[in-house]
Ligand binder design. Structure first.
Ligand SMILES: [Fe+2]
Ligand SMILES: [Fe+2]
Length: 276
């Protein structure tokens, strides 16, 4: 059994709620998950101080768990290289200084190969839409990233679950009615082709769990809600807990209870792990 604590959109800075962050930090220390996955938007405005607080959070989690982190759109200074003009690496300077120089880490755990993909690539011609609100919000994945993931999975332990961690949601949010990514059909098709079992993402600020059926194999998508005061539709903050067994993937949403000052167990779903 591989256990994952999936948290997203912490937004350290003004949106962060100290009591909720403290409760999560405590949960991580007591429950000792195999993996803590943070699917982006650690900061609100890519500021050094926000990332420094995130760095403390990550270092504490690393004392008891493996940790994987990928950047979210709020973690990228897209204005430094708009439309691909300028030095792309400058967009990630604070992220790289305080969080990681690796924007796409690969972790190999007993039972799971976990691949981080960076969907937060700033403003590029590929992410432009007719909706002006989408500027800097929409994510992207390129063919070279699929190749990288496929290679990491194919060199993983046979039978290991294939897990992707990325920021943007490939399934429409229920309230937002928006995808985080363009070309979602193509993207989910590419993941299906490489036999991905589980996608961990965020960005929508509303928790959800989906199962996408493909002809050969299904993919479970865990979209973690936010842990901040920016939750969609005034919903309480939430995190997802996942257990990957040899035959099943269980996802439980834990929801903030302001009364109990912790994240209490909410809806639970169990999926059969189909074999490709
Ligand atoms: Fe966010
Ligand atoms: Fe986001």
């Amino acid at each position: 059994m591989t256990t994952i604590f999936h948290v997203s959109d912490l937004h350290f800075g003004r949106p962060a709620v100290p009591a909720q962050i403290e409760a999560i930090e405590e949960l991580i220390q007591t429950d000792k998950f195999d993996l803590v996955a943070i699917s982006g938007d650690l900061s609100q405005r890519s500021r050094a101080g926000e990332f420094q607080r995130a760095q403390v959070f990550i270092r504490d989690a690393e004392k008891v768990s493996r940790v994987i982190v990928v950047p979210g759109n709020h973690d990228v200074k897209w204005w430094r290289a708009p439309l691909g003009v300028g030095d792309q690496s400058r967009m990630y300077d604070n992220y790289m200084q305080f969080i990681s120089t690796d924007l796409e880490p690969v972790l190999r755990l007993p039972g799971a190969t976990v691949v981080g993909l960076n969907t937060s690539q700033g403003v590029t011609p590929r992410t432009l839409t007719w909706n002006v609100r989408d500027i800097s919000i929409i994510g992207d994945l390129r063919p070279s990233q699929f190749e990288k993931a496929d290679k990491a999975f194919s060199t993983g332990e046979p039978g290991n679950a294939k897990v992707i961690v990325m920021h943007h949601n490939p399934v429409k949010g229920e309230l937002s009615q928006r995808h985080g990514l363009k070309r979602t059909k193509k993207i989910l098709g590419a993941f299906a082709a490489m036999g991905v079992d589980l996608i961990l993402c965020g960005h929508d600020h509303q928790e959800s769990v989906h199962y996408i059926e493909h002809t050969r194999k299904g993919t479970v998508i865990s979209t973690a809600g936010t842990v901040s005061n920016r939750s969609r539709g005034g919903r309480p903050s939430s995190v997802n807990e996942i257990e990957i067994g040899p035959k099943t993937i269980d996802v439980t949403t834990r929801i903030w209870s302001s009364e109990k000052k912790t994240f209490v167990h909410g809806p639970h779903r169990c999926f059969e792990r189909s074999v490709a």
